[in-house]
Design a protein around this ligand. Structure first.
Ligand code: NAD
Ligand code: MG
Length: 386
């Protein structure tokens, strides 16, 4: 019998979190569950913790400690609340940490897991965007392993494996184009929150769904790819592929293009992050190529999706500019979700804040937290003033 691997899931109540739970439940012979965490959803966190027989449950909101303790009364599950408890949960010696908190809020716990040399399955792309090279330096320093969960990056990771020594000419990052792929700018001006949340291929949390509609998601993924894979910025291209079947491609110097394909179901890349370098069985719908018929590819339109241009600029200029882009986007998306701003204003606000704050060289993680806080204040003030 092989020893079980212990897994902690940060953001266990979310879209990635619950897909991870599904896999862990089906493979309880291979995985035990250590810590599970959520932001505010106490009941859902408690029921997952009991269901998975977790050793520890942490709620991000410190005011909900007693509620969580009550919900888990009569069990021997350890209970914690607040940011420090989240960090401590990441410091527990689990073999694998699935980082599935949304936004820069996931940075401190993810860093804590990295610093003890854990294997981190990274869904939480915003952490790499805002802390970038500092985060990958921590990975190298502490001999941690970062395995991408984002489907495109998992695809590239799977393709590149064992071939890292070969010459890569291009990374082709595929994008569904989101719900507004064919909308004119004029139409996009008045789209509603409900329309923006309705992604054609993927079921995801609210923030990433809006990011997919603005295509900022692909912009964040461009920056994520640059940090994960050793390829120059101009060699990472975005290709619109409406079916979300080809999850990304790598072109080698001999002209050969290798791709990873699969149903648009996050359980496949999550399972790979858990089982790597092996694979485990996952009950996802299988591709039926005759049913699919054809796969289409298009050039992205940076005119209608300015977020792509802004993310490319942030990557090219580097320093703290990706931190600024990410923080401003998080606040603007939240404002759109609260009906405070229109859809096209999201990218407009990000651009204004990027211009206003500008870039500095990025030298410390403290600077990331300070920049992030400053950007959030300025973006909120800008939204309140318009
Ligand atoms: P979600 O909103 O469904 O879930 C987010 C989780 O994080 C929840 O458990 C929530 O309780 C927790 N959380 C939120 N804010 C928090 C805070 N301030 N402190 C502590 N915990 C907090 O989001 P999701 O769609 O599961 O996405 C999670 C991450 O994975 C994001 O970074 C997203 O970009 C990335 N991702 C998601 C998908 C997908 O299909 N959903 C695909 C690729 C990448
Ligand atoms: Mg993705």
């Amino acid at each position: 019998m092989t020893l079980k691997k212990s897994v902690s899931v940060f953001g266990v109540t979310g879209s990635i979190g619950t897909s991870t739970v599904d896999i862990l439940r089906n493979h309880s012979d291979k995985y035990s569950v250590d810590a599970v965490t959520a932001h505010r959803n106490v009941q859902s966190l408690a029921s997952i913790a009991k269901d998975l027989n977790a050793r520890c449950a942490v709620i991000g909101d410190p005011d909900l400690f007693h509620e969580l303790r009550e919900a888990l009364a009569g069990t021997d599950i350890e209970v914690g609340a607040g940011e420090t408890a989240l960090i401590e949960a990441a410091e527990r010696p689990s073999d694998i940490v699935i980082a599935a908190i949304v936004g820069a809020a996931g940075l401190k716990p993810t860093l804590a897991a990295i610093r003890r040399g854990a294997r981190v399955g990274l869904a939480n792309k915003e952490t790499l965007v805002c802390a970038g090279a500092l985060m990958t330096a921590e990975v190298a320093k502490h001999n941690a392993t970062l395995i991408p969960v984002d489907s495109e990056h998992s695809a590239i990771f799977q393709v590149l494996e064992d071939k890292a020594d070969k010459q890569v000419d291009r990374i082709l990052l595929t994008a569904s184009g989101g719900p507004f792929r064919e909308r004119s700018l004029v139409d996009m001006k008045s789209v509603t929150r409900k329309q923006a949340l309705a992604h054609p291929n993927w079921e995801m949390g609210a923030k990433i769904s809006i990011d997919s509609a603005t295509m900022m998601n692909k912009g964040l993924e461009l920056i994520e790819a640059w940090h994960l894979f050793p390829v120059a910025e101009e060699r990472i291209e975005i290709v619109v592929h409406p079916q979300s079947v080809v999850h990304s491609m790598v072109e080698y110097c001999d002209g050969s293009v290798l791709a990873q394909l699969g149903s648009p179901d996050m359980r496949t890349p999550i399972a790979y992050a858990l089982a790597w370098p092996d694979r485990i069985k996952v009950d996802v719908p299988r591709l039926d190529f005759a049913m699919i018929g054809s796969l289409n590819f298009q050039k992205p339109d940076t005119n209608r999706f300015p977020a792509l241009r802004l993310a490319r600029q942030a990557l090219q200029e580097g320093g703290t500019l990706p931190t600024v882009l990410n923080g401003a986007n998080e606040v603007a998306v939240e404002a759109f979700l609260q009906d405070k701003i229109g859809f096209l204003e999201i990218a407009e606000i990000v651009e204004t804040v990027m211009e206003k704050i500008g870039r500095e060289d990025l030298t410390s993680l403290n600077q990331v937290f300070e920049t992030d806080a400053l950007v959030r204040r300025q973006t909120a003030a800008h939204i309140a003033a318009v």
